[in-house]
Design a binder for this molecule. Structure first.
Ligand code: ATP
Length: 593
């Protein structure tokens, strides 16, 4: 089996890379700012110690009975200056890291948005729009505060206590040991909880996604739910998911409560050891009062920042989950068609020994060979699920074939740049997406440079000018998300107008008239006749009467070509076609009756 090239194989080393290293990699242009933020935060930490020293000196002076204001003023000035400089530098660090973060998040979103068009349509469609939105908007957005604060705060919160401990050792190593003795005990309790944070958070994301999925399904399927009176059972499913989500969080917090409370109580309790032992040493003369006071004041600056640093374990786990989702998207297999335009001679299409499946384990098309002559109409017919649309989408380049080849004008489609390939084909299906914009802009999608006149001419040719003018704001009427303000038939006619404007040499009509009522069918058939004049046309239609005059009719069954020929010929030689034709005639008679 021919393997598609991938930019980065799934499950590559990225998966195991530290999330911060991945972010560092994405933010190549921001390394300067990030380093600047860390250095500023470090200097802020050092300057932030000055108020502690100044306060200690003031207390020592007071205890010594110093009454001269000129003794206190320099210390007060130094303390204030240190505090002001620390605040300034710290804010500078935050400002730099915020700028870097916004730029990194922008580049992550840009990478994803640039990636999406390179993915086979199937990969994009297989991801639910809810999941995609959650990654691109919510999860990436959720990183903002964390990432902006992470570098300066984590630096300050770790470097600050470290600096204090060094100072304490310089002052008196015995007191230094006493002031940090509570740390390992408290940390051990905290780590017992934090160690499983990433796993628990992943579980929380999963139950939240399940809950959100049910909500989206409930709202999206409300029409079916009401029509089939399933309100109660659907609501129960939704309520169950909400309860499951709430109880997951409740149990997680319950499990964590003991460890976290113990940690929060023990880590800052350094005075419990410093005060009694320090008092004894002071009393026996081995600890000068100045040192004792300095140690008491300095030790108060250890626990707070360390606990804040510990809280980053949560946020790092959150970032890890987001980075993994973004990586999954960015490392998905791409379509590689190159970007150098190729010369395509003619518009005939050839499928040679094509086998294809949407998933590795199931082939939908099996060894399909088929030629579609240029400038003619070829119809694909066959039972539902036989693979007709799949053939059409492979021709349109929505997916690449894995076995065999699809060629256009003698050139393998895999060698035709996607943009050039998409320019060759106008694809009209039964589900034509309309954007939440005006009718005019939706038609203009066919050719962005088209003038208003050209748009209206295409609409006239597609037989929808009159109905568009009868809308509230004519061509400026907004069609709603997905074209929700229009009927299926109206959407279809706008899609045909869009395809007409595109004026591509190859036209694929996949059940393009499915929603059209018999009243409008003649108009649409006329429009389609104009659309396809002089083009290579591939039509998929269940109503065989619409394709019986096709130059070539291809019968597809179970992912294979059963027969090919003209209508009369197939009626005689292909029993499947004949039975489909009889069924169609019967259905039509039934309609009339
Ligand atoms: N995106 C997809 N992912 C996975 N399977 C798919 C996808 N699209 C189609 N299939 C499956 O491929 C098979 C062929 O589908 P296809 O739409 O090509 O058939 P068809 O002949 O056009 O059917 P119909 O006449 O009902 O439109 C079906 O079993 C379908 O379930």
């Amino acid at each position: 089996m021919q393997k598609q090239r991938t930019e980065r194989p799934a499950g590559s080393s990225y998966a195991s890379q530290n999330p911060l290293l991945r972010i560092w990699g994405w933010g190549k242009d921001e390394h300067g700012r990030l380093i600047g933020a860390v250095i500023s935060a470090l200097i802020a930490v050092v300057l932030g110690m000055l108020p502690y020293f100044a306060a200690a000196q003031v207390i020592i002076g007071m205890l010594a009975g110093e009454k001269d204001l000129s003794f206190y003023l320099p210390w007060l000035g130094l303390g204030l200056a240190g505090y002001a400089a620390r605040t300034l530098l710290y804010n500078m660090a935050l400002s730099m890291s915020h700028k870097a973060t916004f730029s990194i998040l922008k580049s992550i979103r840009k990478n994803i948005l640039e990636k999406l068009p390179k993915l086979p349509l199937g990969t994009v469609m297989d991801m639910s729009s809810g999941k995609m939105k959650q990654i691109i908007v919510d999860q990436v957005d959720g990183m903002e505060t964390t990432l902006a604060h992470l570098f300066p705060e984590l630096t300050a919160n770790i470097a600050g206590p470290l600096f204090i401990v060094v100072c304490l050792f310089v002052l008196d190593w015995r007191m230094a040991l006493l002031s940090i003795v509570t740390l390992p005990v408290g940390m051990a309790f905290m780590m017992s909880v934090m160690g499983s944070y990433a796993k628990n958070y992943e579980g929380a994301v999963k139950t939240t996604q399940e809950m959100n999925g049910t909500i989206v399904e409930y709202i999206g399927g409300i029409e079916v739910i009401k029509a089939f009176n399933q309100g109660k059972s659907s609501y129960e499913k939704f309520a169950d998911r909400v309860k499951a989500n709430a109880s997951y969080y409740y149990n997680w917090m319950k499990k964590s409560q003991f460890g976290v409370s113990m940690g929060y109580s023990i880590v800052p309790a350094s005075l419990v050891t410093i005060l009694p032992v320090g008092w004894l040493w002071y009393r026996n003369g081995s600890l000068p009062v100045e040192t004792f006071i300095m140690v008491i004041i300095l030790s108060l600056g250890i626990a707070g920042p360390l606990i804040a640093a510990m809280n980053f374990v949560d946020t790092l786990a959150t970032i890890g989950t987001t980075v993994a989702s973004v990586d999954e998207l960015l490392s998905a297999e791409e379509q590689h068609h190159g970007d150098k335009e190729v010369r395509i001679k003619g518009k005939d299409i050839e499928l040679s020994h094509v086998s294809f499946g949407y998933h590795e384990d199931k082939n939908i098309l099996r060894d399909v060979s088929l030629s579609i002559p240029a400038g003619r109409m070829t119809a694909l017919v066959g039972p539902s699920g036989s693979g007709k649309s799949t053939i059409a989408k492979l021709i349109a380049g929505f997916w690449d074939v894995k076995d065999g080849a699809v060629s256009m004008g003698g050139v393998d489609e895999k060698k035709i740049p996607l943009e050039q390939l998409y320019d060759q084909v106008a694809f009209v299906s039964q589900d034509n997406y309309l954007f939440d914009e005006s009718v005019r802009e939706n038609i203009r999608m066919g050719k962005l440079a088209a003038t208003d006149k050209e748009v209206e001419a295409a609409a006239k040719a597609a037989g929808c000018d009159a109905f568009i003018r009868s809308l509230e704001k004519g061509y400026e009427t907004n069609v709603g998300g997905g074209g929700a303000h229009l009927s299926g038939g109206e959407r279809q006619r706008i899609a045909i107008a869009r395809a007409m404007l595109k004026d591509a040499p190859i036209v694929i009509l996949d059940e393009a008239t499915a929603y059209i009522d018999s009243e409008n069918e003649a108009v649409i058939q006329k429009a389609i006749a104009k659309l396809v004049r002089g083009k290579t046309v591939i039509v998929i239609a269940h109503r065989l009467s619409t394709i019986k005059d096709a130059d070539k009719i291809v019968v597809v069954k179970d992912g294979k070509i059963e027969a090919a020929g003209k209508h009369e010929e197939l009626r005689k030689t292909c029993p499947l076609y004949e039975s489909m034709w009889q069924a169609h005639i019967g259905a039509k008679d039934g309609d009339v009756a």
